[in-house]
Ligand binder design. Sequence first.
Ligand SMILES: *Cc1c(COP(=O)(O)O)cnc(C)c1O
Length: 458
Amino acid sequence: MSTPPLAGGINGPDALRPLLATVLDALRNGAVARGGPLPAGGPDAVATRVRRAAHPVLPDRGVGAPEALHDLVQAVAHGAADPADPLCAAHLHTPPLALAVAADLAASALNPSLDSWDQAPAASELEAAVARTLAAEVYPAGQSPDALVTTGSTEANQLALLLARERHGPVRVICGPDAHHSVHRAAWLLGLPRPVTVPATSAGLLDPAALDTVLTSLPGPHLVTATAGATDTGRIDPLCDIADICAGHGAQLHIDAAYGGALLFSEQRRSRLHGLERAHTVALDLHKLGWQPVAAGLLAVPDAEQLTPLAHTADYLNAEDDTNAGLPDLLGRSLRTTRRPDVLKVAVTLRALGRTGLGDLVDRTCAAAAHLADLVEKSTLLELYERPAISTVLFRPIAADDGQTAAIRRSLLTEGRAVLGRARASGRLWLKATLLNPHVTARDLETLIELVEGSTPR
Ligand SMILES: *Cc1c(COP(=O)(O)O)cnc(C)c1O
């Protein structure tokens, strides 16, 4: 067997072209074979096909690129829960834009690694520019806004807690009942005291009055984490009131805007995030609202100086004399070492669509969720939890108990007809539709309602 060609260099593109044709065919064939939002038949049917396509995983003699590519890509596409299907709406699992995926291919082909300038001369400069620009969207009046590119808000929340700990000592994390589980894990990982959960308002938000009481009664240093777009409901905590209370107590404030952060792009909805700019750190994920393939997370700060606790030296990557001679030092921009240029797809998307284009996608998606909520309200068989805050709609069959509601979700999954999530709220189990597909139509939403109504006990 001859040595397989590489993706980079002058000849890389020509080596890629036929392979890409194979991949694209396999993606299409897989989607056709699936014929819906996810494969019918449940885990056993999928496992059988995957085992067949991947057997043996490591043959003594390779099967060659075309066969391996086609069979495995087709099996994975056939067995995918495809967020590009309008009825795949369980999680903050975004359908990526074609242009972002095309850009991500270039990132893979060039394979820059953002741990040293000599592995990523242009990609590191692009990352710096994009990070500063997006941070300035969050902090328009910031001193020198900057952002770290992360694998997502799990990492961003962890970094936020770490930065607060390095600056203020072992902070006591105080959060609302909707705080993402990664906040609790980050506190555990960083050896911080167990987070304190503040009671919610009647609307389920972090209660500023209760926060005031907790900050008064517990010794500091404090790090309050608020949420702009709760994972299960999309709810946005009262950011301004929380920022006021934090300022009054000298507490640090981190806002987890993993889901809601992209509302910044929408002229119509930006004001919903009023107060975001008062946080010391903000997490946001463009692989949720933002339509990027995983991963595309950010941790934004108003002043780049806040990031200095991450400074770190390894002689082979950022020797002091190299840095003094003008080679950018990248090691302090992440806890990771080898790091993908996730910024390329983001940069391409921002430039291709502009703020208006992205804002339009946000608005369409939120409007679709509002329409789905209307349909639930009109249904005599279904009950709506609350009007959607962003693009998540919780609903349930009126006549079903929690067990029946859970069973409806599972039967739609195993029949391959719809992918809905589940969420526990106000002590009951709800079906969760997290809309992220800007192409979803009114007809698609009616179909979703009909599917759930059709599975409902009467
Ligand atoms: C998704 C989410 C996270 C975790 O982000 P990842 O990108 O999955 O690491 C954190 N917080 C909130 C509110 C989220 O919705």
